[in-house]
Design a protein around this ligand. Structure first.
Ligand code: NDP
Length: 398
């Protein structure tokens, strides 16, 4: 049905390649492109289905445009880093190819986590008759769909949203990040913003803590409020929301290391001159930390990510929780990856499927919740991320 090009051969790229290859009736031809060809080749060799590999620097719009014109895929699945989003969107426009990603564009020099740069492409994609789907991972991605699904099927109006991301997995290292370390650390050290009474309110990073007991015996975890990009699009597209917060679980060892690294300046994104060489501390730190892609075999335990929505149905207030639980080792058995990459890669594959099958093909730049969630949610159940929805009584985090 469609030829796709995956850009990025890291932890998430590996999962997307596996899942896309499992669906050869939809994705008839697969090209895996990334900066380091050897990483593409290693992924292709681990999959029992033909995948062509090619080296490309996605920061170089001309080089990427030429590759896209030569290959003519219908869609690019961008799972490189957020820094490449705009150059890949530019190349897609120049070559007439649909676009999707799993993370908002980030300028390398400032940590922003906002959609403004990509939303600015709306008119260009619309005029070109091309679809750009933003943030089709788990959070953002599945969490946007969960919110849209609850709003559509369980409420007349939604008022409060708590997105709760628990990773109960243990990889045995004192400190490692389970997706790209640079992006992960930038995210968790950023000031917290949450939506309250029609505006974003800023508080210190990690200053709000709560305890959350996950369903299905996943356990009880400390969760910390932080900013996450889907809050920006969800509060825009669901203006009835009075409050929206994002929470993530962190273990004590992770927090202890992060505090020290921050205090000594190792998480900085400003260049530092070291013996005549400019280095960016967080990029150097990245070199020292384990590659997220190597955590798969060592990670045990489960993730539990979901959305708690409070709103009104037929005049009555209620609270619903839609969540997904995934076992790290089950992911490793299927695609040789831990659950963080898996839970990102599967929604990326499903988003791609929604576009190439035509359900979500509409010119312009879209966040997930602007699309109808039903087919996506059906596919989550089919392709490895079954979910559940329950009513919560007396839910209160803060
Ligand atoms: P990794 O660091 O493991 O992989 C990134 C890949 O992108 C590497 O193969 C890297 O190549 C490649 N790359 C980097 N720069 C370029 C470039 N200029 N041109 C071509 N390729 C390049 O990251 P992850 O797989 O963990 O994450 C991938 C994306 O998924 C990120 O944007 C991340 O933010 C997002 N993500 C989204 C989540 C969600 O739920 N929405 C959750 C987790 C991640 P090289 O090997 O040469 O460095």
């Amino acid at each position: 049905m469609a030829k796709v090009m995956i850009i990025g051969a890291g932890g998430v790229g590996n999962v997307v390649a596996h899942k896309v290859a499992q669906l050869s009736s939809v994705f008839t031809e697969i090209v895996l492109a990334s900066r380091t060809l050897a990483k593409c080749d290693a992924i292709a060799a681990s999959i029992d289905h033909p995948i062509r590999t090619v080296a490309v620097d996605a920061d170089n719009v001309e080089e990427l445009t030429a590759l896209l014109k030569q290959e003519q895929p219908e869609l690019v699945i961008n799972v490189a880093l957020p820094y490449q989003d705009l150059s890949i969107m530019d190349a897609c426009l120049a070559a007439g190819v649909h676009y999707m990603d799993t993370a908002n564009y980030e300028p390398p020099e400032t940590a922003k986590f906002e959609y403004s740069w990509q939303w600015a492409y709306q008119e260009r994609f619309e005029k070109a008759g091309l679809t750009a789907l933003l943030g089709s991972g788990f959070d953002p991605g599945a969490t946007n769909m969960f919110t849209a699904y609850l709003a559509k099927h369980y409420f007349d109006e939604i008022h409060e949203l708590d997105i709760i991301d628990v990773n109960g997995g243990d990889h045995g290292y004192p400190f490692a990040t389970n997706f790209n370390p640079e992006i992960n650390i930038r995210e968790v050290t950023a000031e917290c913003r949450h939506w309250e009474g029609g505006q974003f309110v800023t508080t210190d990073a990690m200053s709000e803590k709560a305890e959350f007991t996950c369903p299905d015996e996943v356990g009880t975890y400390n969760i910390y409020r932080m900013y996450h990009e889907e809050l920006e699009s969800l509060t825009k597209h669901f203006p009835s929301l009075k409050r929206a917060q994002f929470w993530m679980s962190f273990g004590d060892s992770y927090l202890k290391h992060l505090e020290v690294l921050q205090n000594v300046g190792m998480t900085g994104i400003e260049p530092v001159n070291f013996n005549g060489t400019e280095i960016i501390p967080i990029q150097f730190l990245r070199q020292l930390l384990p590659e997220p892609a190597t955590l798969g075999p060592r990670t045990h335990g489960k993730t539990c990510i979901g959305c708690v929505v409070t709103g009104v149905k037929d005049g009555e207030q209620k609270t619903m929780y839609l969540y997904q639980v995934k076992d790290h080792q089950d992911c490793y058995k299927e695609v040789q990856s831990q659950a963080i990459s898996y839970t990102t890669g599967v929604p990326a594959m499903i988003g791609a499927k929604m576009i190439v099958e035509g359900h979500w093909k509409k010119p312009g730049v879209w966040n997930m919740e602007q699309m109808d969630p039903d087919l996506f949610m059906e596919d989550m159940n089919k392709y490895g991320l079954p979910w559940n929805v329950i009513e919560l009584k007396d839910f209160k985090l803060n």
